[in-house]
Design a protein around this ligand. Sequence first.
Ligand SMILES: Cc1ncc(COP(=O)(O)O)c(C=O)c1O
Length: 458
Amino acid sequence: MTTHSESSVQDLQRTALENLWVYLREPSDMAEKGEPQIFVEGKGCQVTDALGNTYIDAMSGLWLKNVGYGQTEIADAAYQQMLQITYMPMGTTTEAAVRLSEKIASITPGDLSRCFFTSGGSESVETALKLARAYFKRIGEPERTKFISRKDSYHGATFGALALGGSYLYPKSDYEPLMPGAFHAPQPNFYHCEFGSSTPEECAERCVDAIDNIIRFQGPETIAAVIAEPVSSPMGAVVPPENYWPLLRELCDKYGCLLIADEVITGFGRTGKMFACEHWDITPDMMTVAKGITSGYIPMGGAILRKPIADAFVGGPRAAFRHVITFGGHPVAAAASLKNIEIMEREGMVENSATMGRYLLDGLEELKAQHAIIGNVRGLGLMCGMELVKDRQTKEHFPADADLGPRLTQGFAEEGILLRGGDVMNIMPPLCVTAGEIEQIVSTLDRVIGKTAQDLGV
Ligand SMILES: Cc1ncc(COP(=O)(O)O)c(C=O)c1O
């Protein structure tokens, strides 16, 4: 193991604070806490830092380590590809990219069959937005330029994708003005239903009706697409009611706009199916993917289109989609992705996601029965969420000065679990997680939440 001496870790940390931007972190806070922590090794769900401390990564990195850490077969596949060809001459492709597009077409729902590769989730979403607008230009409906997304969602960091998102966790005010033409509908989160619905089904109906209202108010002939995450992460794995996606599909068909499923997190087994849309048996017109497509071994993403949509870009140079992502479809990333999917299928990890996800959710339900501070738990496969509240009746969150997030994060880490604490938490270990590791995660949550509640006087 490549552990370091304490002084060499401190040296690396000083350099990091000077030269490196650690995302979502602020340097003086890291300096005060003796961070950033530097990791050197991973195997399965476990990661080890430079001082030799080992943890279970209950967040799968940034919700992407689907096949787990340390899959040397992926490294071998990438290495073998590097020995052969590492990029393609302009306007050509490689066998690895072709094989991956074929594989993706075979595992995605319905006639989703043409993939535009990118190097990450935001690029995949931007690509989907541009494809949607360009598609309607191709078919003679050029005024369809607007997009509808949902509040409390996240679709990426770039200007277009950021305009679609909307949650207090990722404020947009620093970056405005963003892409015009983005409208936000309610999130089908039954626990906080904006309409005070009495059943999940009613919540779904009213949330879809709200989209219908936006479409009618804006003019159906101006709407290009509705985009949504099948299970939404920012507010803690919000699983929509059963009828939501079928209703959304019906609505988009009624008005002739496209339905884009942003499966950047949910894709590749996270929810206990290869793609989350399969839970509701619907085929979106486009699907955006990234993260789990390579389990984070190398950057990769894609926008995948149904054949009739892709066909609008066939028929001479004027039909072509003029959009380039230099690293999209990189052969080394494609080779790594193919091996990643092969491992996932061979090891039954999608099935394990369903089984272990159920086990985890049962554990979280038990914790909810014991701790009044837990307001709600939810999940689909290994995409589980927990929401902590000051008061179960009012569902009020703790004030910022209660420092709930940092207290929990630190408590979890002291017990060997890496998990970002807060009012809402996403508990998403790798899909290779074992029952023993789930039990360790649940018992840690139990102790740390119990102690935190006591410290906060709840
Ligand atoms: C649903 C969804 N879409 C898009 C993105 C953006 O992906 P990336 O960070 O790879 O650009 C994310 C990132 O978390 C996401 O959760």
